[in-house]
Design a protein. Structure first.
Lengths: 170, 512
């Protein structure tokens, strides 16, 4: 038997799932205090036919590492699925917080079209720092907290990749 | 313009993505060879595969590729194309482009350059329309050069005001300003967007009407003195001035208002000696007064809505008219049936403030079935580039009634599968489900007014199924890895790695 933990609502909620292999494609799954008989059949890429007790679901799973977006009957459930070992490592690494230095990273590839704050400037939470243009729309990257702009890694006109460090606020 | 033009030999489509594919489909049906143009970011784009010939026109930024008039003309000359379909956006509303083509002896599938001049700069268009007796929204008579002058004008007519790009269209370079304090940053942002989208930074100001609806009329004119209207499209579901859902018929138009607006639209087109497909956009206020907003001198993104209601192929009609043929039907022959709705599928994440989500589409399955049309420009494996518009597809449903069309579109949205990037499918579904949309009582403020309600919360009934699915997949993966590891550790003699890989490939189709 294996135990997995799903993190929901961006990590604010946890659900444990216990799973036991009963036969080829057949599982016994305990979640939310209930035990279900599950028959899983993988169709093409990312599509799984699940028969849970007697209910039939076509499930789409768009997975990248431990993060997954699960699509069922018109709803999307973004979650993270971890086994016990990964969960322990995650807990050891500490909780999500806006304490201390916060880094602003580019959420997508694009171009820096405007810098709105100066190095050393005092910023309020939600104040614009950098404007990035991607797909012809401008997106203002805002300060995640009250603090001082302690790092600025980009200049106007610079192209950035998704995940590029833009600035840091402390 | 001569009236005895001969049929085209070859059509170059000066665009990319879904609209390039859309135009080429009709060309193929007409037996017309096609030429695609592409930037370096679009080498793998669907439209390049669809065309008979393809020409590279430059690096990814539009200014250095799709907006390069000389590059397009050179591509025509290199391939012997004698006509250009501009699609929408890019050079489609640039009169100088039409003139450059004409000078090179190439036909522009669109209106005469002079009509584009008359309508292209929004402020000139307003003056022309006022002269023709078409009602317009209060605003600045010409573009305003300085920010302080603009601010003074806005203060004068009172907030909220719209800041608009004079060369604009498609919501780019357009900002709604609610308060004087926000004016400076919105003005500058609009200017930057205008430069990057149209290469023209002129802006003007218009009064923002209360609870207006955006209703537009499709018109069509030929070189033989005919001009007809093909009914309306209701486009009031907009987010940041970008249309999201369009439908026809509009819930606020009755036959009387429809023909009144249709006739004004025809008058507007005739006033500028129009030819080809055009759209006259109106704002309709709560008391059902209508005002001219602008004329789009091109095929619109949402043209399939009209195609589904009328059964016509507007691209075919554009080509016929550009070849000098008369319109294939008269006003009284226009038949409109049932109800059509279009939803624009954008690569953006509604839960992260509609952040654009370029990236690789790892899996794509498009909906199908009765009454569904998907005009798409992407495929599994395509990397949606960051340089262009985030729209990847338009999904349409047609049905005999509005209610059935809504249900049909919802059904199709649920069938739509896009992996690897985030798309706005659940947002579209929430709009279709919203009581204000259902009732038909909505205006252009719909998306911002119901912003929070439209952010979908997943149905709690299926959350446990989602957890089961994710856990089963993780378990299966970990289990297979453990087995493979154990098998390697055993070092089973007689079983080579090749055999093992072959066996696992064969079995991969099932979870069994």
């Amino acid at each position: 038997m294996s135990t997995y933990v799903a993190l929901l609502d961006g990590g604010r909620r946890e659900e444990a799932i216990q799973i036991r292999l009963k036969g080829p494609g057949l599982y016994e799954v305990e979640v939310g205090g209930k035990v279900h008989e599950v028959d899983a059949f993988r169709h093409d890429y990312g599509t799984i036919s699940l028969i849970v007790d007697h209910d039939s679901y076509s499930v789409q799973i768009d997975q990248g590492g431990t993060e997954a977006k699960v699509h069922i009957r018109g709803s999307t459930y973004p979650l993270e699925i971890l086994d016990e070992r990964r969960l322990r490592m995650r807990r050891a690494a500490g909780k999500f917080t806006v304490e201390g230095k916060q880094t602003l990273a580019a959420p997508m590839p694009g171009k820096v079209v405007k810098i709105l704050a100066k190095l050393g400037e005092d910023l309020k939470e939600g104040q614009g720092v950098v404007v990035i243009e991607a797909m012809k729309m401008e997106n203002e990257m805002k300060s995640p907290k009250d603090g001082k702009l302690v790092e600025l890694h980009v200049v106007e006109g610079q192209a950035v990749e998704g995940g590029t460090k833009l600035a840091a606020v402390e | 313009m001569s009236k005895e033009r001969s049929p085209f030999r070859k059509v170059l489509v000066a665009n990319r993505g879904e609209i390039a594919v859309r135009v080429m489909r009709t060309c193929r049906e007409m037996g017309l060879p096609t030429v695609a143009v592409y930037s370096d970011a679009d080498r793998g784009s669907l439209h390049v595969r669809f065309a008979d010939e393809a020409v590279r026109i430059g690096p990814p930024p539009s200014r250095e590729s799709y907006l390069g008039i000389d590059r397009i003309v050179a591509a025509c000359q290199a391939t012997g194309a004698d006509a250009v379909h501009p699609g929408y956006g890019f050079l489609s509303e640039k009169a100088e482009f039409a003139r450059a083509l004409q000078a090179a002896g190439i036909t522009f599938i669109g209106p005469p350059a002079s009509s584009m001049d008359a309508m292209g700069v929004k402020t000139t268009a307003r003056k022309n329309m006022q002269a023709a007796g078409v009602p317009t929204v209060p605003g600045s008579a010409s573009p305003i050069a300085s920010e302080s002058e603009a601010r003074a004008f806005a203060d004068g007519i009172g907030y909220p005001v719209m800041i608009k790009a004079a060369a604009g269209g498609g919501g780019k370079g357009m900002k709604k300003c609610e308060r004087g304090e926000d004016f400076q940053s919105l003005w500058q942002s609009a200017r930057r967007e205008a430069v990057s989208a149209f290469g023209d930074d002129r802006l003007y100001i218009e009064k923002f009407l209360d609870k207006p609806r955006h209703v537009e009329i499709q018109v069509f004119a030929d070189d033989h003195g005919h001009c007809i209207y093909l009914g309306e499209r209701e486009c009031s579901v907009q987010r940041r001035q970008q249309k999201v859902i369009e439908e026809s018929p509009s819930c606020i138009l009755d036959e009387g208002l429809r023909s009144a607006m249709g006739q004004v639209a025809v008058k507007a087109a005739e006033a500028v000696h129009y030819r080809g497909a055009g759209t006259v956009e109106f704002l309709v206020d709560a008391r059902r007064n209508f005002y001219f907003l602008e004329m789009n001198t091109r095929l619109q993104v949402e043209h399939p809505v009209t195609e589904m209601c009328t059964g016509l192929d507007l691209v075919r009609m554009q080509i016929q008219v550009a070849q000098g043929e008369p319109l294939p039907l008269r006003q009284e022959e226009v038949v409109r049936r049932g109800h059509a709705i279009e939803a624009r599928v954008y690569a953006e994440d509604p839960s992260r403030k509609f952040m654009p989500c370029p990236g690789r589409i790892s899996y794509l399955r498009v909906p199908n079935g009765p009454g569904i049309r998907d005009d798409s420009g992407v495929y599994t494996g395509w990397v949606v580039p960051q340089f262009y518009d985030p729209m990847i597809s338009k999904l349409l449903a047609w049905a005999p009634t509005r209610e059935q069309a809504i249900e049909r579109l919802k059904r199709a949205l649920a069938e739509y599968t896009v992996h690897g990037i985030t798309v706005n499918l659940t947002y579209l579904k929430e709009i279709l489900d919203h009581p204000a949309f259902r009732s038909g009582e909505y205006d252009t403020g719909f998306c911002s007014r119901f912003e929070k309600e439209l952010l979908s919360r997943p149905d709690p009934r299926y959350e446990q199924v989602a957890l089961i699915a994710a856990a089963v997949v993780a378990f299966k993966r970990d289990h297979d890895e453990a087995e493979a590891f154990a098998a390697r550790a055993d070092g089973q003699p007689g079983w080579s790695q090749w055999q093992r890989i072959g066996r696992s490939r064969t079995l991969r189709g099932s979870m069994r």
